[in-house]
Design a protein. Sequence first.
Length: 256
Amino acid sequence: MNGANCTEKEYQPTVNSYDDDAPINEYGFMTPKYFRFKEILKGFGSECDIEVTQPETTAYEPVRLNEYAELFDNISVLSEKHIMTNPLPMEKLGQGYGFILYETFIRGPREEDYINLTVHDRAYVYVNDEFRCVLYRNDKKKKLKLGIPAEGLKLSILVENMGRINYGAKLLDKKGIVSDVRIGQQCIYHWNAYTLPFSDVSSLNFIRNMKAKFSGRPVFLRGTLNIEGDVRDTFISPDGFRKGLVWVNGRLLSRF
């Protein structure tokens, strides 16, 4: 899990991994700096005869992602429902990392007004399961304005923990919705919350389809890579995607 910096002006999540121009980079390659170090140290009488080889990498065939599972259809197999009056941060529910989903039903009619809340750190907002907008911790202006019809509506807020603050006065950095939620000045009560650390996704109910359905809702995609012969290091390119997580053999590898 990555960390984050936080100034008086903004929250700054750091990338998941980085090698800071190290002589041996994070995937085990010796860089020109490594060989330059050896050359310089040799001039001071330090010479190492240990033979070190570069890791072997290869490019495999593209993986066809031909299975999908929508998050909202799989909430019951990924998490348990927590019932609360006001939204609680994930730490209060025993969760340290990942995502957390909050849901409520708002009775109508109500006049259109802004939704007021504080999220840590990034939130995806859905109205009746349809995507509406993204809210971010650093936002300066209100983004979401809702009018509630007579029949009411379902409000869902999926919050991502983007990294905990590493140092400074804001080390106490709770994640999720960290305030009350209001329409104008009126609080919205009676919420359900679902913790989603995504440490185990083996229970997902995937549907096999030649083409995954993208409807604005979060979705899991799955494909299989068959390797013949020696297994070598490789890299995953998320070209064509916008934001997501990557699992390999059920293990959460990283996000992008």
